[in-house]
Structure formats: C-alpha cells, structure tokens
Design a protein around this ligand. Structure first.
Ligand code: FMN
Length: 352
C-alpha cells in the first residue's frame, strides 16, 4: 500500500483513517488498527512547544516502528516557528503533520490552542505556510477543524487554508459546543463544494457501513473514526464488534510494544464493551493490575499474550532527533507574506 497520503486520498476508494486520540492513538494501538484495514493513522495531539524544547517530552509523546506508515503527527501549536520546528524534528519519522484546530477542551482553548484557532485564520495560515516553506511535498501539512456556528465562516477558514498550501483538511462536522449528536452533514457538504483540496470527514461513524455512507454522501475522500474505533479496532475490516482475533492481537502487540498498564487495560475495557456480558463487565471494569486482567481474559476467552516471531518487527525504532538551533533557520514570515514575488518563488519550489 502506498505511504503517499495524497495518492491515497486521490484514489477513488474511501481512505480509512484512525483519528488522533489523546492517550489512545499511540504506537501499539496504531499497530493494531493497521492490521484491520486502516489506511492512515494520526498520533494523539502533542504540544509542539514542549516537543521542541524537551527531550523528555519527545521520548514520552512519540514513538514509531517500521510498519507505522502512513503516519500523521498531530500538534497543538499557536506559533509558526514552533509548529515548523516540531515538524522538522518528526519529519524523518512520519508522512505529515497536522494542526489541531478542533479541540474544545477548556485548558486547550484557554491556552490559545485547538478550536480557539478557528477564530484566527490568518495565524493558522502562517502556521501552515511556515511548515510548507521548510518541508517540501510529499510531506503533508494538514489542519483538523470543527465547524463554526456560522458555516460560511468555516468555508472561509478552509479557503484560507487552501491558499496557504494545506495538503488536505479534516472536518469534524460538529461545532465545539456539540458532543455526541449527529454531524452537520449540510455544513460538511457545503465545505466540500467550496474547496478543492482533499477532505477527510469525521463524526458519528459507528460501523463500516456508516463510513461508506458518509463517504458517498459527503463526497469527502477520507473518513476518520475515533470513539467507535476504540470500541472496535477492527471496524474498517467490516467486523460489527471486536473480533476475538483482535483481542488476541492487542494482548500480543501491547506486550511487544511498551504500553502502560492503564492504557493497555482501558483499551480492553473499550474493546469488550459490546462483547462481554454485563455481569462480567462489572467484574472486569474494576480490575486493578495486569495479572488480574490477564487472568480474567484467559479464564473467560482462553486468550493470553503470546510471544510471536511475526511481531519482532513492531518494536519501536530509535528516533534520533536532529535538534539544531532553530532560531538561526527562522525566516521572517512577515516578509514572505508581504511580498507576492517572494511568495511565488517559495511556493513554486514545492509544487512542481
Ligand atoms: C479519547 C479521545 C481523544 C481524542 N483526542 C483528540 C486529539 O488528540 N486530537 C484531535 O484532534 N481530536 C481528538 N479527539 C476527537 C476525535 O479525533 C474526533 O474528532 C471526535 O471524537 C469525533 O469523531 P467520532 O465521532 O468518531 O468519535 C479525541 C476523541 C476521543 C474520543
């Protein structure tokens, strides 16, 4: 399968995408969903500022393996240089970076990140431009948005991103105030009609059939799933609920790739939600340590983690970040933006 994300998005088939999910869309989970027909994965949102400044943040927040492709690393950023610095650091290990412009959580919004950026398209344009200026295609730079109450403003936002040279956009077709209600399909379709870049549609997909219906109706090239993917990581393979093979794979993969107990366990809680009977769930969902979790799974499903030679290649690779003095490399974006000739030339280098 191609690792060129734009090639995938431009093919007639629906591109199946695992959403960025804080805590959850980490390497072990990405390795799992890729076995079940997922085409593209996003990392959880990583704060660009800490990623650039601290080795500890880089080691904690990001890991990958040779099969972890195509991969988009999502950042929270509000400063063009920070976003581009973070992008340069991860570029050798991924296929693109994404800017989170959709998170409605209060700490994210009050720090000026996430959905707060929807109010400032010019700043987001600068963020995108700075990455595009420093890293050429086919490396992608993308933005994930939520809808604004006034969908026309969302259309303008997306057009501004298009002018900045964004590779594609992901539209979570709910406003920051909406929670689990159905998406605003009309708003999504309006954006589809008004921009040319590939779009990934997101929101409220519960099955492969839902994904296919959304792909067909919205005419977006890709479909992204979050919550339903936690409950059934095999969703894109068409399985209606988590198959036991997927539970087995999770036990094996989360043993081979360092995974914190709580994360390993919480994934099992999600995966078993639809397949474990209520009474058993009451017991399973209050277990306290890995041994009791493994004992439960073995006694109920006769499954236990296995060392598998076919999983040797999934071990995380060493990420040897090239941390340089970014300040020296910073170009004045203001100058570039104000001078149409300069703009021409710096774009032409990347789109040939
Ligand atoms: C546990 C969890 C963590 C999430 N973390 C992120 C994140 O890091 N970045 C982001 O852009 N969206 C994040 N989201 C939002 C999802 O990517 C997605 O846009 C949203 O859940 C709607 O998709 P769904 O209806 O398929 O769940 C998260 C969602 C969940 C459920």
């Amino acid at each position: 399968m191609s690792t060129d994300i734009l090639e995938l998005l431009n093919s007639p088939e629906m591109t199946k995408v695992c959403a960025p999910m804080v805590r959850y869309s980490k390497l072990a989970f990405r390795t799992l969903v890729r076995r079940y027909n997922c085409d593209v994965c996003f990392t959880p949102m990583i704060v660009a500022d800490s990623f650039v400044k601290a080795k500890e943040a880089r080691d904690n927040e990001f890991s990958t393996n040779v099969g972890d492709k195509p991969l988009i690393v999502q950042f929270a950023a509000k400063n063009p240089d920070e976003f581009a610095d973070a992008a340069e650091l991860v570029a050798p290990y991924c296929n693109g970076v994404d800017l989170n412009c959709g998170c409605p959580q209060s700490w994210v919004m009050s720090d000026g990140y996430g959905a707060r950026l929807l109010e400032n398209p010019q700043l987001v344009k600068d963020l995108v431009l700075q990455v595009r200026n420093r890293i050429p295609a086919p490396f992608t730079v993308s933005v994930k948005i939520r809808l604004l109450n006034d969908v026309k403003k969302s259309v303008n936002f997306c057009r501004t991103m298009e002018q900045a040279g964004v590779s594609f956009l992901t539209v979570h077709a709910r406003t920051p105030q909406m929670r689990k209600e159905p998406i605003n399909m009309e708003g999504l379709k309006l954006i589809r009609d008004c921009v040319d870049v590939p779009l990934i549609a997101n929101g409220n997909v519960r099955s492969l059939e839902d994904a296919e219906a959304l792909h067909k109706e919205s005419k977006c090239q890709g479909v992204m799933v979050a919550s339903a993917m936690l409950k059934n990581p095999a969703i894109f393979s068409g399985a209606p609920v988590t198959p036991l093979s997927c539970v087995q794979d999770w036990l094996d993969i989360s043993s081979a790739i360092p995974t914190k107990f709580l994360v390993m366990y919480q994934h099992l809680v999600f995966m078993l939600e639809k397949i474990l009977p209520y009474e058993e769930r009451l017991v399973f969902n209050v277990l306290k340590d890995s041994q009791s979790v493994y004992d439960f799974i073995e006694s109920y499903y006769n499954l236990k983690p296995r060392a598998r030679s076919d999983l040797d290649f999934i071990k995380p690779i060493d990420c040897d970040y090239y941390v340089k003095n970014f300040d020296k490399k910073r170009k004045s974006l203001d100058v570039l933006m104000d001078d149409p000739d300069t703009n021409e030339s710096f774009f032409s280098g990347f789109f040939n």
